[in-house]
Design a protein around this ligand. Structure first.
Ligand SMILES: [Zn+2]
Length: 81
């Protein structure tokens, strides 16, 4: 039942799994920020090809962010932490 899950999985003030998921999301956000900054820097002096490549990296970093946030949300919903 639901109550059993809560009593065994709620550990004090924080949930270790949640801490890991938040850290994952946080580093994904930082990586996305870096990818965007590189895209901006490269716009002026780099080739179209490099720009296209950096665009792809930004898109990839963004989906990693979204996936990490989704995972965190799903954990919080399922876990009630
Ligand atoms: Zn949790």
């Amino acid at each position: 039942m639901d109550s059993a899950l809560h009593s065994t999985k709620r550990l004090g003030l924080f949930c270790e799994e949640k801490v890991v998921l938040v850290a994952n999301y946080s580093s994904a956000v930082i990586a996305y920020g870096d990818a965007v900054a590189q895209l901006e820097n490269g716009m002026i002096r780099e080739s179209k090809e490099t720009y296209a490549e950096r665009r792809r990296l930004v898109e990839a970093a963004r989906s990693i962010c979204e996936a990490a946030l989704k995972e965190l949300d799903e954990h919080v919903t399922a876990h009630g932490c």
